[in-house]
Design a protein around this ligand. Structure first.
Ligand code: SF4
Length: 749
């Protein structure tokens, strides 16, 4: 049996797995297994094991489809790739001629498409559109950009050598972010401490040295509390602070505003426990605060992320063994940032990036100011870490699509990204999609978003393509993923899509590589290897790690120092220091606090629900609620309920839990029913079950600097559903009329 080395992209961790090549050559017959099956070494979860049956599913789209009915009606005709690309190129050219290049917006999910070798941004930059969005705006990409503001790169945690791990709400499990789960367990086995901050008594909280059950959304306040203790007790690295930071005294003054009794009121955690945790972190020696999808999604997100950066910097844990390491680029492999050609996008077009005026943190407007320092330290002006450094603001893009404000966006491409359900304010997103002259979806299935498209182009899957992964530009560790089988039918990789368009739109010179493999060979040429030999020889390839590089180069910030206070943010009109914004006033109509965006083990984002073996384990979307709260609203285990916010309502099944705090509800992310046929008025259940319809994106619920939504701690109420007619009624029909501007924003002035 021939085996290939592949990187699972069932989620964004990319476990290295082994895949047995089946005699049938069919993706559904591939067997996926762990490279090392020993406990705590087996980096694979159920989604990886069951991936082949998902890719071999009979409902997979394997031929290009052109819409022949109304949007959402579910009537399609097969078309050839050439005919589809010809028409898409013609229609896009017409739109650009009338409205300008910025009238194209693109949304992608890189964990689904894996690398596109920079092709999407390359095409957009050469065409002249800055309007690229992605789920990484609320998941790691935004964190990377904010880290760049403080010290110029996003550091990578050194789990094997660390002394203490701090999980802010993140809860890696055996079947969710499995390699992180295993790395934490191995670190604990050799004596590393674990501090967990989570409203739930999560699996990691059960295994922690300290568990701080903080209120959802209060990460920034908690960090202020830790800093208060660390500064008062002088537990920080004074030599580092003196030589390598800027703004320490100003920060100290800001931290003085957060005595522990105030922090305790804001976070709900006792002052003694806050102090104990801060001391443990600061006194343990090199420690890590790994990326968390929780802090990414709060109205104080930018401040919270900056405060975490501050903690790792002043405690001396930056770029040291056991701490968090600034990788920089691999010296000998051409990185995707370079392939993206951001330098080709003019300053005029960069300035048109949607949302950059109000919320510049991860847009060109802020990040371009780091180009000089990036060149000085990392040798390249445009490091696009986790592809999150040069993004448009998603809400601003959807408003431009819906209302032509500040200018029209009339063409929308969505690649492996179920856009409708992946951002806040689903009502707005649907209205935005329905206003488009051209929607193209590169997809495996007719997702709720694809159902509204003009074209669905069949994409390939990770078992069907060769790829190189570098942690989305985060690290200098490159890993190959070998194609195991050919894609079924006419499924193709996204590189082919972008090159196909480029060839038709006068951009062929910038796409000299005919195939994805040609690009991979080009990227490896400095190693004097082609992709095939590289993949055969290496499980991974990386530079020898060099620590404390800043002593040689300084940091990649305007001052060359760790910027605890940011002149860059001040120039953009923001507080130069991290700060705290109180929650909106309590509304008795919405007595519960809800956190959302949390995934079930069986599914990642909006995917996987078509895989029978996974769905059998979790057939319905479950709302977690305590026994006391459930009793208060008349709910029993398994009863259907609706969670209502000022934005909308969603239907969920009650799961009574002992690990939740009273007053807090957990809403699962990304639910729809792939088994339900199109055209029923709910977009296959999206308008019944998708959490995006209860998530607001008004000013009160957006982080100021980034403009990303608050998903941790939204006020809501819970109502029992008893009437069958009510249960079946979608909260919003998919055929929206041309609603007036702002109709989807209940908070609009
Ligand atoms: S954790 Fe699971 S889904 Fe994610 S990459 Fe690993 S095997 Fe795939």
């Amino acid at each position: 049996m021939t085996e290939k080395k592949a990187l699972c992209s069932g989620c964004d961790i990319y476990c290295q797995v082994l895949a047995e090549v089946p005699a049938s050559g069919k993706v559904g017959d591939v067997r996926v297994k762990a490279v090392d099956s020993r406990p705590l070494m087996a980096n694979i979860c159920m989604k990886g094991v069951h991936a082949p049956s998902g890719f071999g599913h009979p409902k997979r789209v394997t031929r290009p489809l052109r819409r022949v009915g109304a949007r959402g009606e579910g009537r399609w005709a097969e078309v050839s790739w050439d005919a589809a690309l010809d028409e898409i190129a013609n229609r896009l050219s017409d739109i650009v001629a009338v409205h300008g290049s910025e009238a194209l917006a693109v949304s992608t999910s890189q964990w689904n498409t894996q690398t596109d070798n920079g092709a999407a941004r390359r095409f957009m930059n050469l065409l002249g559109s800055p309007n690229w969005i992605s789920g990484v705006a609320i998941c790691a990409g935004n964190t990377a950009a904010v880290n760049r503001l403080v010290y110029g790169w996003y550091p990578y945690p050194d789990f094997p050598k660390t002394n203490c791990i701090v999980l802010f709400g993140h809860n890696p499990k055996k079947h969710s972010w499995t390699p992180i789960y295993n790395a934490i367990r191995r670190a604990q086995e050799r004596g590393a401490k674990l501090i967990v901050l989570d409203p739930r008594r999560s699996e990691n909280a059960e295994l922690a040295d300290l568990w701080l059950p903080l209120r959802p959304g209060s990460d920034a306040a908690m960090c202020f509390g830790w800093l208060k203790v660390i500064l008062d007790e002088e537990l920080y690295d004074k030599a580092f602070v003196q030589r390598w930071t800027k703004g320490f005294e100003a920060l100290k003054a800001r931290v003085e505003e957060f005595p522990l009794d105030r922090v305790a009121r804001l976070t709900g955690v006792a002052p003694e426990l806050i102090a104990q945790a801060a001391r443990m972190y600061a006194a343990s020696g090199p420690s890590v605060i790994p990326w968390t999808p929780i802090t990414d999604q709060q109205r104080n997100s930018t401040s919270a992320i900056r405060l975490m950066c501050t903690l790792r910097a002043i405690c001396g844990y930056l770029d040291v063994p056991g701490g968090e390491v600034l990788h920089g680029f691999h010296r000998d492999i051409i990185h995707e940032s370079e392939l993206e050609m951001h330098e080709a996008l003019s300053a005029t077009q960069q300035a048109k990036q949607l949302g950059c005026e109000a919320h510049p943190a991860f847009t060109y407007r802020a990040m371009a100011r780091l180009s000089g320092p990036a060149k000085r330290v990392w040798g390249y002006e445009w490091p696009n870490l986790i592809t999150g450094s040069y993004m448009a603001n998603p809400s601003a893009v959807f408003r431009a699509m819906a209302d032509s404000d500040p200018y029209p966006v009339r063409a929308f491409f969505t690649l492996g990204n179920n856009t409708l359900m992946s951002f806040a304010n689903m009502q707005l997103i649907q209205r935005a999609l329905l206003k488009q002259d051209l929607i193209v979806a590169v997809e495996h299935f007719r997702t709720p978003t694809a159902q509204l498209a003009d074209f669905i182009l069949p994409g390939d899957a990770w078992l069907e393509r060769n790829a190189l992964a570098d942690g989305f530009g985060w690290t200098s560790i490159y890993r190959p993923s070998q194609k195991v089988v050919e894609p079924p039918g006419e499924c193709r990789g996204v590189y082919d899509f972008w090159r196909g368009l480029a060839m038709r739109m006068g951009l062929s010179e910038a796409f000299p590589w005919e195939t994805n493999e040609d690009v991979l060979d080009y990227r490896l040429q400095r190693l004097k290897q082609d992709f095939a030999s590289f993949a055969a020889e290496h499980a991974y390839h990386m530079n020898k790690l060099e620590y404390r590089k800043y002593e040689r180069t300084g940091f990649a910030t305007p001052s060359g120092l760790v910027e605890l206070s940011s002149e860059l943010l001040e120039e953009l009109g923001f507080d130069p220091l991290p700060y705290w914004r109180d929650d909106p006033p309590h509304d008795p109509a919405f007595p519960f606090s809800m956190f959302m965006g949390v995934r079930d083990d069986e599914f990642f984002q909006t995917g996987h629900r078509h895989i029978a073996s996974l769905r059998a384990r979790k057939p319905d979307p479950l709302m977690f609620i305590t026994v006391r709260d459930a009793a208060a609203v008349g709910l029993g285990e398994g009863d259907w309920a609706q969670v209502v916010t000022r934005q909308g309502r969603v239907k969920l099944k009650a799961s009574l839990r002992a690990d939740m705090p009273d007053g807090v509800i957990r809403v699962p992310h990304g639910w729809w029913l792939p088994e339900r046929e199109e055209g029923d008025g709910t977009l296959s259940g999206a308008w019944e079950y998708a959490d995006a319809q209860i998530c607001p994106d008004d000013r009160e619920h957006l982080d100021r600097e980034q403009g990303i939504p608050h998903l941790k701690g939204i006020a809501c109420r819970v109502e029992r559903l008893t009437d069958a007619a009510t249960v079946k009624q979608p909260s919003t029909p998919y055929v929206a009329s041309s609603a007036s501007a702002g109709a989807d924003d209940p908070h609009a002035a």
